[in-house]
Design a protein around this ligand. Structure first.
Ligand SMILES: C[C@](O)(C(=O)O)[C@H](CC(=O)O)C(=O)O
Ligand SMILES: [Mg+2]
Length: 307
């Protein structure tokens, strides 16, 4: 955590610098690990734990509002929450923009809005509207040309060339692996900076995809889905550029909330749970409470120069 008042209210690193960092990281060939942050506070914990970036999951954002991940959230909700999460750390943040919130022109507006909100990039998927979680059956994809228009519109709308437009293909579960690879190649030709390989089955499929597509690739290590959970070592060896753990922090936290509340309801006290809770002191460290106090103190004791 940084000292002083720099970055106290928002990140001390400019949006442009974060995006330049992200572009360089994708070019580096090193695996970038981006856990999903369902709140600005979680993003601060992600940064403190030493990860390279933050991911904002559409599924987690919807779940946090008490909604399923079926395209109900609005651009305004996603931009507002995504911006608050992006501002909470010095790391680049990539956000899930689903199908772009409408036709290609809306996808363009989505990119412009996310860029203004301080995001370093977003992903757009080739599903039809209304979309589904990529790990459920029954999803559908749009024709390739429709997705190409989405990508071209998105790429054309960014003003910072380092804003990452990531194209996600959901075709593996609908049309098969070869079709997903063909789509990925076409999306790269249309200007996508990064390809999100959704719902590949196992290590062999990740390897086949890697060998076929000459562009940075993202692996989605979401739990209880269709993909084998690969380790960071496996993904590094395969040559993947990014791994996301999109809903992991939400699942961890909600598991603890559910069992903790059940214990309090049964036992009438939270005393045995104290050791598993984030301590008040640790929370205040993440929030930089003492830096706010110092700032306040300095303001209070401020006197006009020369007095
Ligand atoms: C990555 C994803 O798009 C998300 O919204 O986080 C989801 C994750 C999930 O539902 O587990 C997806 O893979 O569709
Ligand atoms: Mg999603």
């Amino acid at each position: 955590m940084s000292d002083g008042t720099n970055g106290l209210f928002n990140s001390g690193v400019s949006d442009a610098a974060k995006r330049a960092d992200l572009r360089a990281a994708l070019d580096s060939g090193d695996l970038q690990r981006w856990p999903g942050a369902f709140s600005p506070l979680v993003a601060k914990i992600v940064a403190d734990a030493g990860f390279e970036g933050v991911y904002v999951s559409g599924a987690a954002l919807a779940a946090d509002l008490g909604l399923p991940d079926i395209g109900l959230t609005t651009l305004t909700e996603v931009v507002t929450r995504g911006g608050a999460i992006a501002r909470a750390t010095d790391l680049p943040t990539l956000i899930d923009a689903d199908t772009g919130f409408g036709e290609p022109m809306s996808a363009a507006r989505t990119v412009a809005s996310l860029e203004d909100a301080g995001l370093a990039g977003c992903h757009l998927e080739d599903q039809v509207n209304p979309k589904r979680c990529g790990h459920l059956d029954g999803k559908e994809v749009v024709p390739v040309d429709d997705m190409l228009r989405r990508i071209v519109a998105a790429v054309g709308a960014r003003r910072d060339p380092n804003f990452i437009v990531c194209a996600r293909t959901d075709a593996r579960g609908v049309e098969g692996l070869d079709a997903a690879i063909d789509r990925a190649k076409a999306y790269v030709d249309a200007g996508a900076d990064l390809i999100f390989t959704e719902a590949l089955a196992d290590e062999r499929e990740f390897e086949t995809f890697r060998k076929a597509v000459d562009a940075p690739l993202l692996a989605n290590m979401t739990e209880f889905g269709k993909s084998q959970l690969l380790t960071t070592d496996q993904l590094r060896n395969l040559g993947f550029n990014v791994v996301i753990y999109p809903v992991t922090t939400l699942r961890l936290a909600m598991g603890a909330v559910e069992s903790g509340l059940a214990a309090i309801a049964a036992d009438g006290t939270q005393e045995p749970l104290l050791d598993s809770m984030q301590h008040r002191a640790r929370l205040y460290e993440f929030l930089r409470y003492s830096d706010y106090n110092a700032f306040d103190q300095n303001l209070f004791t401020y006197t006009k120069p020369g007095k």
